[in-house]
Design a protein around this ligand. Structure first.
Ligand code: F0G
Length: 457
């Protein structure tokens, strides 16, 4: 079988409802054509995000009943800490309620105004958290990441040459740390190779700059290393993960992705002074260090999820299901980002809708049409999310890529539902000339995509 079938059977079901086109049309108007503002119950297949949307296993749910809700020293914390340390290998394990709090704690402790934090590509919350400290968030990914047709196996890689140029230009003292996002979400869910991680590490070691991973999809990245990188085919995912993290000084983690939980995250690091300062801040804004904004039962679910995500049958199905969707679309000529990413298929809106200029938000228009016609919700990753204003002129600078991400929740939808998504998009592609652009009527000063409103042109 080319695409692996589900390595689980379904024990509990959650009904989903189909709406009519007229209902969706009304809901879109009420939401100002922003899909974040839709009631989720009105969505048939929800591919807005793979974050916090996983189905937990019976083993995880059983663990929830073993939650020890003691304020300090919960037994679930120790299980969580042991599990995290055995996979990631760092000295300090600090639980947080989700990934962006780990980012916020790290950056508010070590990033100062005027500094600069390079990454392959920052995700929106990471970029915003860096900028919130008055620092600059720089994307230093390899050039091919911006070419949706380039089929290189590791398009998430850091451009090590440009990184060194950046360090020399900015000055070592203004770079408190470098991040590597695995897999590279904003660049199409593309993996970073072990070789690139080793090279990045070697460079940073020469300059004495710490390397951190934005690790939310680490297991999917490790699966790609096993599949694509010479020398790793016979290594287990756990072994690959241990090697990968050994090249870093810490990581931020949103366990809402590869922790297979609905809420949870953590920060790992080796640096004692940073850990002490962060822990003090954690107590102020999240909670005591043995729960970090979570319940004991959440920590237990996370500990169990982190083990399950390393299972190769699971990863084979997981990455295979995303690939199944991508290949159905590709065979029908629908423009997508290649190669197909680990957690999502990305529609290339510039090529899907060449008649809509970037100033009229083609990726947002495509996402809106997909919901209106078929009840499927994706997310825009283009000008709405990443457009910036030029200092002085106020002119909008458009990002290189104009994408609609179809993020597949883990263990949630059957392959038949995925086939429905493919058929719907192929139908929309045939009727693409009828899709119109949008004008933005409201935007917030930060992270505008969550609350922006639009009008149809
Ligand atoms: N880093 C990356 C690469 C992410 O994709 C996300 C979240 C975060 C950090 C922040 O984690 O949501 O737990 O605070 N990404 C979600 C998404 C929201 O839809 O891609 P969080």
């Amino acid at each position: 079988m080319k695409f692996p079938s589900e390595p689980f059977k379904i024990k509990v079901v959650e009904p989903i409802r189909r709406t009519t086109r007229a209902e969706r049309e009304r809901l879109l108007r009420e939401a100002g054509y922003n899909l974040f503002r839709l009631p989720a119950e009105s969505v048939y297949v929800d591919l807005l995000t793979d974050s916090g949307t996983s189905a937990m296993s019976d083993h995880q749910w059983a663990g929830m009943m073993l939650g020890d809700e003691s304020y300090a020293g919960s037994k679930n914390y120790y299980h969580f800490e042991d599990t995290v340390r055995s996979i990631f290998g760092y000295k300090h394990v600090i639980p947080t309620h989700q990934g962006r709090m780990a980012e916020n704690l790290l950056f508010s402790t070590v990033v100062k105004p005027g500094m600069c934090v390079p990454n392959n590509i920052h995700f929106d919350t990471t970029r915003a958290n860096v900028e919130h400290q008055g620092a600059q968030a720089l994307d230093v990914v390899v050039k091919m990441a911006y070419d949706p047709h380039d089929e290189s196996p590791f398009k998430g890689n850091m451009d090590v040459i440009r990184l060194e140029e950046t360090i020399n230009r900015v000055g070592r003292d203004r770079i408190p740390l470098v991040l590597l996002t695995i897999t590279n979400n904003s660049g199409g869910g593309q993996p970073v190779s072990m070789e690139n991680i080793r090279n990045t590490r070697a460079l940073l070691e020469r300059y004495g700059i710490p390397l951190f991973f934005d690790a939310c999809r680490f297991a999917e990245n490790c699966f790609f290393i096993k599949e694509r990188e010479p020398g790793y085919a016979d290594r287990s995912i756990l072994e690959i993960a241990r090697e990968l993290f050994s090249y870093g000084d810490g990581c931020t983690m949103s366990a809402k992705k590869d922790g297979l939980v609905n809420i949870g995250g953590f920060l790992n690091l080796n640096h004692d002074q940073w850990a002490q300062d962060i822990t003090n801040m954690l107590i102020l804004v999240e909670g005591f260090p043995t729960y970090g904004g979570l319940a004991g039962r959440d920590l237990e679910a996370m500990a169990r999820g982190l083990r399950e995500v390393l299972d190769e049958d699971y990863l084979n199905f997981r990455v295979g299901q995303v690939r199944y969707l991508g290949e159905l679309l590709d065979q029908a000529g629908v423009p997508i980002v290649k190669p197909i990413g680990g957690h999502a298929v990305y529609l290339n809106a510039k090529e899907f809708l060449p008649h809509i200029p970037q100033a009229e938000f083609p990726a947002q228009s495509l996402a809106v049409s997909l919901y209106r016609e078929h009840g499927i919700r994706g997310v825009e990753i283009g000008t709405v999310m990443f457009g910036t204003k030029e200092a002085g002129t106020g002119r909008t600078l458009h990002p290189e890529l104009e994408l609609v991400r179809l993020a597949i929740p883990r263990r949630v939808y059957t392959n038949m539902q995925i086939a429905y998504v493919a058929e719907s998009i192929i139908d929309l592609y045939r009727r693409r000339e009828g899709i119109r652009g949008l004008a933005m009527t409201y935007e917030a000063p930060m992270l505008r995509h969550f609350t922006a409103r639009f009008e149809e042109l």
